[in-house]
Design a protein around this ligand. Sequence first.
Ligand SMILES: [Zn+2]
Length: 265
Amino acid sequence: MVFDNAMFILSVDVDVGSKKLAVLNNGKHDKDVGSHFGEFLIGEVEERVLPKFVDIINCFEIAVTFAIRGQLLEVDSSIIDLLLDSPVSHDIGAHGYYHRAFTEISQKEAEGELREIHLRMSGHGIFPKSFVFPRNRVAHLDLLKRYGYKCYRGPGGFLRDNINIERCEALYNICPSMYISLGLNPFLLRRIVDLCITKKSPLHFWLHLWNFGQDKEHIERNTNKILVPILRYAKKKERSGMLTFETMLSAAKKAEESQIHEGYL
Ligand SMILES: [Zn+2]
């Protein structure tokens, strides 16, 4: 696909969102969330630090995609309320209902999850169009289309990371370019932004907040060390007209416009 400019896309996975959800599940979905940490710890960290993180993002006046686990709305809507009240209009996407890998559930179970997400989120006036597959395992794309999704994030990893958007079964895969983790060198990140500017490519960073530390102080320090400098750098490039900030959804819309313009649709 041909774009007028590079795009800087950021998506944030909310795997649990509240420790109340862990209490409700009583360890049942710990293994679905991760092999190192259970739902309680992740829920507690996300609940505690997400407001600060949204503040930081809002200071840059950029919209990002927050992929929310649907089941969170059974117990707590504070994260959704925070995003809905935000002065910057963020893309609120879905991250499964129970955070189960879609490759490991049947068509019927996947449909059940999408139906539940729709019921819970529509109650808050949200009709998600961006889907982040739990554990990045892609399956049941036909159902996603049927439930009104426009884009998803496919699998990442060193050999699969990409600076591209692909069309697949009438949906757009906003390919992940790089997972933002603590070990990354800010200089390397700036060079990747430069590369995407030269190629006029989409650049999709994604992250888990809990990967930045387990308490507010560490997360704040690490966010300031890694994420803030790259946002500041990209913001400077945006002001020079070299890139635009996009959510997964707005990037998918640009991809569609590009395909229409090129005569593919
Ligand atoms: Zn996840």
